[in-house]
Design a protein around this ligand. Structure first.
Ligand SMILES: Cc1cc2nc3c(=O)[nH]c(=O)nc-3n(C[C@H](O)[C@H](O)[C@H](O)COP(=O)(O)OP(=O)(O)OC[C@H]3O[C@@H](n4cnc5c(N)ncnc54)[C@H](O)[C@@H]3O)c2cc1C
Length: 408
C-alpha cells in the first residue's frame, strides 16, 4: 500500500536536483523531493552510507514526515516507542520531571516519539530511494551558479549540472563554504562519551522502556533503548575548555567515562561500566546564518543550522527542511526556483533559530552547579515539566510540509 497518497505531484518537465550529502538530512530531502516529482540524485563522499554514533531520538514532528514518505513499516520494525521521558538528579536519582511519551504523542500529534539506532534509521530512509541514484565516493570540491543551473565538481573528477543544488553536507559543509566563505565551526566546550550496552547485561536494573536523562554539575547523561530494545544507548556530556583530537583519542575508554562520572548515581555508573567500549564526540557549533540560499543553491540540516543536541532535534530539523523545500519548489510550479529557495529559507529560519537558541540555553540549565540557582530550576521543572508532549505542542504539532504561498 502506498502511503504517499496525500502528497501532490509536480506536473510538467521535472527539475533536476543534486543533493550533496547522504546523511539523514540529505537522504530524507532527496526522498521528499522525488516523491513530489523531481529528478533527484544524491552525491555522498563516503564509499558507503554510514552514521557515526549509536542512537537518535525522533520527535513526532519528524516521524510524521518519515511516515508520509512511506517509511512507517521500516520505522515500526526498527524503532522503539519509549513510554516516558524522565529527568533525574545526578547523585541521588531524585525525579526532576517525568512525562508520558507514548501512546500520548500519537494521540496528540498523529505520530509516536521514537528512538532508533542511527544506522537502522539511515537504512530505513535509504530503502525508499533508488540505489542507482545515490552516488557514493563523490566528494564535492567546488560549484558555480550559472544563473539557469548550478555546476558542481568532485574530487574524483566527475562534473555535474543540475537545475537546483542542495548542500546537505553537514557541519563542515563544502557547499556552505562555497556560498559564504570558509569559516571553521567553533568548539562548543562539550565532549560526549557515547556507548551501546547489550540490554541483557543490565537486566537487573529493571529499566522500563523510556528516555532517562541525569543532570548534574558540568555534565549530563542521557540513555534510551534502540535496536528493538536489544541495546541501550548512552551519551554522557562533560564540559571542557579546549578540544584537540590527538589529545583526546586515547581517552575514549570506559574507564575514562567512568572517571568523568565519578560520584554519580549507581545506575549511571552501572550502564557505563557495562559497555565494551565507548567513543568520544566533540561538539562544534556555528552562529545562526542570516541566509542559506544563493541563486539556485541552498542548504539544509547541519550545513546551515547545526545545534547543540540538547533538544534532540538537529536531525528532526533537517528532516523538516527537506519536507519544506520540496513543498516550496512544488508550489513554485514553473516560476524561478531561486525564488522558491528564498521562500524556503524564510519559512525555516525562525523555527531553527529558536531551536538553536533553546538548545544552547539547555547546556547551562542541565549543567548547573548544585546551589540556589539549581534549586530554582528544579522547582520550575517540578511545577511545569518542559519536556512533556503538551508543553512541546509548538514543536511537535508543526507541519513543515504545509507551505504558505510565496510572497513577492
Ligand atoms: C551526540 C549527539 C546526539 C544527537 N541526538 C539527536 C537526537 O536525538 N535527535 C535529533 O534529531 N538530532 C540529534 N542530533 C543531531 C543530529 O545528529 C544532526 O543534526 C544530524 O545528523 C544532521 O544531519 P545532516 O544530514 O544535516 O548532516 P550529517 O549527518 O553530518 O550528514 C552529512 C553527510 O554529508 C557527507 N558529506 C560531507 N561533506 C561532503 C562533501 N564535500 N561531498 C559529499 N558529501 C559530503 C557526509 O559524509 C555525511 O554523510 C545529535 C547529535 C549528536 C552529536
Amino acid at each position: 500500500m502506498s502511503e504517499d497518497k496525500g502528497l501532490p505531484k509536480r506536473i510538467g518537465a521535472p527539475l533536476t536536483i543534486a543533493v550533496i550529502g547522504g546523511g539523514i538530512g540529505g537522504l530524507t530531502a532527496a526522498l521528499s523531493l522525488r516523491r513530489v516529482g523531481f529528478e533527484v540524485d544524491v552525491y555522498e563522499q563516503a564509499p558507503e552510507l554510514t552514521q557515526i554514533g549509536g542512537g537518535i531520538n525522533m520527535g513526532p514532528n519528524a516521524v510524521r514526515i518519515l511516515r508520509r514518505l512511506g517509511l512507517a513499516a521500516g520505522l515500526d520494525r526498527e524503532g522503539v516507542r519509549p513510554l516516558f521521558t524522565h529527568q533525574r538528579r545526578w547523585r541521588d536519582g531524585r525525579t526532576l520531571q517525568q512525562a508520558p511519551l507514548n501512546p500520548l504523542c500519537e494521540e496528540l500529534y498523529g505520530a509516536p516519539h521514537m528512538t532508533l539506532h542511527r544506522a537502522d534509521l539511515l537504512d530505513v530512509i535509504a530503502s525508499g530511494f533508488p540505489v542507482e541514484r545515490i552516488h557514493l565516493g563523490h566528494r564535492l570540491v567546488g560549484l558555480e551558479d550559472k544563473g539557469h543551473s548550478t555546476e558542481a565538481w568532485f574530487e574524483n573528477g566527475m562534473r555535474i549540472t543540475a537545475d537546483v543544488l542542495v548542500g546537505a553536507d553537514g557541519i563542515h559543509s563544502a557547499v556552505r563554504s562555497a556560498l559564504s566563505g570558509e569559516e571553521a565551526p567553533v568548539f562548543a566546550g562539550c565532549v560526549a562519551y557515547r556507548g551501546l550496552v547489550p540490554a541483557e547485561r543490565i537486566a537487573d536494573l529493571g529499566l522500563e522502556v523510556g528516555n532517562q536523562s541525569w543532570v548534574g554539575p558540568g555534565a549530563h547523561l542521557v540513555h534510551y533503548p534502540v535496536s528493538r530494545g536489544r541495546l541501550l544507548n548512552f551519551v554522557g556530556w562533560t564540559e571542557h575548555d579546549s578540544w584537540n583530537r590527538e589529545d583526546w583519542t586515547d581517552r575514549a575508554t570506559v574507564a575514562r567515562a567512568l572517571a568523568a562520572f565519578e560520584g554519580w548515581h549507581s545506575q549511571v555508573r552501572r550502564i557505563i561500566a557495562a559497555a565494551d567500549t565507548c567513543f568520544i564526540w566533540a561538539l562544534f557549533d556555528r552562529d545562526p546564518l542570516p541566509r542559506w540560499s544563493v541563486g539556485r543553491t541552498t542548504l539544509l540540516g547541519d550545513a546551515c543550522h547545526p545545534m547543540y543536541p540538547f533538544m534532540g532535534q538537529g536531525a528532526a530539523m533537517a528532516i523538516e527542511d527537506g519536507a519544506a523545500l520540496a513543498a516550496c519548489l512544488l508550489a513554485a510550479g514553473d516560476a524561478d526556483p531561486a525564488e522558491a529557495l528564498r521562500h524556503y529559507e524564510r519559512l525555516r529560519l525562525p523555527r531553527v533559530t529558536r531551536l538553536q537558541t533553546m538548545s544552547r540555553a539547555n547546556k547551562t540549565r542541565f549543567h548547573m552547579p548544585d546551589g540556589p540557582t539549581q534549586q530554582v530550576r528544579d522547582a520550575e521543572w517540578a511545577r511545569a515539566a518542559d519536556r512533556s508532549p503538551d508543553a512541546l505542542r509548538w514543536l511537535y504539532a508543526f507541519d513543515a510540509g504545509a507551505v504558505e504561498p510565496v510572497l513577492a
